[in-house]
Design a protein around this ligand. Sequence first.
Ligand code: TYM
Length: 339
Amino acid sequence: MKSKRVLSGVQPTGALHLGNWLGAINNWVELQKTHETFVCVVDLHALTIPHDPKALEENTLTTAALYIACGMDPDQCSIFVQSQITAHSELCWLLNCLTPVNWLERMIQYKEKSIKQGDNVSVGLLDYPVLMAADILLYDADLVPVGEDQKQHLELARDIAQQRVNAKFGDKEKPLLKIPKPLILKEGAKIMSLLDGTKKMSKSDPNENSRITLLDSPDLIAKKIKKAKTDAHLGLEFNNSTRPEANNLLGLYAMLSGLGRDVVEKECSDIGWGKFKPLLADATINAIEPIQKKYYELRNDPTELSQILTNGRFKAEEVAQETLKRVQVALGLLSTDKI
Ligand code: TYM
């Protein structure tokens, strides 16, 4: 019996990239062995910026299939689509009514994304972290494995649960909501853009050469790495703040080759970028190849994927409904069994 719970998710806003994989999904794969694990495709979050409905449906399936291709095992965890569990939106509303607007206006991602959207910022974009809090709190998650960029959202989820729900409506002996902890690993938590070692690798970067996706062909991977930004030094090294690209690409090589940081630092200490890039390209292609193989098998068998998502939905629904009910009662909403 696995006694602790894990919840996490990725937005289906485009093919997952190395950052999503190494920063988040890789952690889930390990955690599912020891923790009761729920992972969802957070399609409601994908509505917070302008979107194409056809692409969203397709990306939702792609994302779910990639979870499995990366090693999420439907026999060990529950994989589901966020919008299919209505409790996420319902708890989000309840939390909305308890969360101060200025907590949301402080969120770094909101500030960054709203600048890009000018006059078109939706209420949903501001509310994004409250929906994320609902995702997590519904499952009484102990741990939430995410990349570094999600730390502030996790802190918000904790504050909402502790200060706004438990403190006001809970019982000291038996808190209403479990306070989740973020799990952010040292290695992989912040993979940087291939074109700028000081900027996070991101799905929303308009330049596709800035990221490698898990569905890029070997040729495209080699091309993108060839175009990656370099510097004028010979030899690669970690922890030289004037060389962010060396730090990022050497880190990627350490993880993708499986050799680890010490070995690659020695191997690459006096080679030039021209020699290093093919090494990184080969390691990336080899690491991604089994993921792609599994992915295409799954996409060719839609019945299996749909069965996995249906099973995941049933398991998630049960847990989510129970928590929602608990909060509704504590907030004084009249239950149907009382009338
Ligand atoms: P999303 O889709 O932007 O990112 C999904 C996961 O990938 C991590 N990540 C990175 N890690 C390392 N380096 C990068 N360059 C990089 N880019 C992204 C993110 O930290 C994240 O873990 N808001 C969430 C989705 C979400 C969620 C949740 C997560 C909604 N509800 C509940 C956990 C629990 C997000 O950023 O998705």
